[in-house]
Design a protein around this ligand. Structure first.
Ligand code: SAM
Length: 258
């Protein structure tokens, strides 16, 4: 993503130029703002999953009229450009906190860590200069990740080397998983996202984003090469019979002459 810094207050104001306004309008004809937001997050996550989440996409758009789908597409464009203007800010998480009902928030403890606190924690726990100098991937996990705000703070600390991160995120709420998926994908953070109760052994779903497969690619290629050498030691390839050098077969030569 290009980093064009614009103050947060300079973002769109008219409802038509703000993803929040569009979602609110769609919600007027549907069940609730949180349901529309949940569907929106699922649609965006599926759209940036490089055709790996097509079934979920079709499930999410079921029941939306074509006009609403066009509006959702427009809202997605607006969200992405707003995120571009506010690098590593948790745009989705902030909006979710606003529209989420108190009852749901209390039941699941959905109060996201304030960005300043996440930033302080990231800087205290990551020796960014050492990690960048070593160039080795670091693994980070947040088993109750919400929208992934803490991971965004870690990424900001390591920027622009966010590809050194390898994060495992989990949440019990599907919308949190989708927000974390969007945040990590759009900021280039290699991530696997697990849906499920972090206190229980089973996982209901696992998604990996497009960046997850890129990390360690060079190491993987090196180890494959090494494995190839080892296989050859165990089972050396039979040498191919060498062709006779040209013009040394007296019979053939004599034939040519004849
Ligand atoms: C206080 S928020 C913290 C989110 C994020 N780690 C942060 O600091 O901003 C807690 C999150 O944990 C999730 N959660 C609650 N119980 C959970 C459980 N048993 N397993 C996984 N996630 C859970 C909630 O859905 C919520 O998103």
């Amino acid at each position: 993503m290009t980093k064009r810094l614009t103050p947060a207050h300079a973002t769109a104001t008219s409802p038509d130029q703000d993803f929040r306004g569009i979602l609110k309008r769609i919600a007027q004809t549907r069940s609730s703002a949180t349901v529309v937001f949940a569907d929106f997050c699922r649609v965006v996550a599926c759209c940036i999953a490089m055709q790996t989440r097509e079934k979920e996409y079709h499930q999410a758009i079921k029941g939306y009229h074509k006009n609403d789908l066009d509006q959702l597409a427009k809202a997605m464009g607006l969200l992405i450009s707003e995120m571009e203007n506010r690098p590593f800010e948790d745009v989705l998480g902030q909006y979710y906190t606003q529209i989420n009902s108190n009852a749901t928030a209390q039941a699941r403890g959905e109060y996201f860590t304030p960005p300043a606190v996440s930033s302080m924690m990231a800087r205290m726990n990551l020796d960014a200069e050492k990690i960048k100098a070593q160039g080795q991937p670091v693994t980070i996990s947040d088993p109750c990740c919400g929208s992934g705000g803490i991971i965004l703070a870690c990424a900001q600390t390591l920027a622009p080397h966010v590809d050194l991160m390898r994060v495992t995120l989990q949440d019990i709420a599907p919308t949190s998983c989708d927000m974390a998926y969007i945040n990590t994908t759009l900021w280039g953070i290699p991530a696997e996202i697990l849906l499920g109760d972090a206190l229980a052994p089973e996982t209901r779903h696992r998604w990996t984003n497009i960046h997850w497969h890129r990390v360690g690619e060079e190491e993987r290629r090196k180890s494959l090469k090494l494995l190839g050498f080892i296989r050859e030691l165990e089972d050396p390839p039979t040498p191919k019979p060498r062709p006779p050098p040209a013009n040394t077969n007296p019979i053939k030569n004599s034939c040519v002459v004849v």
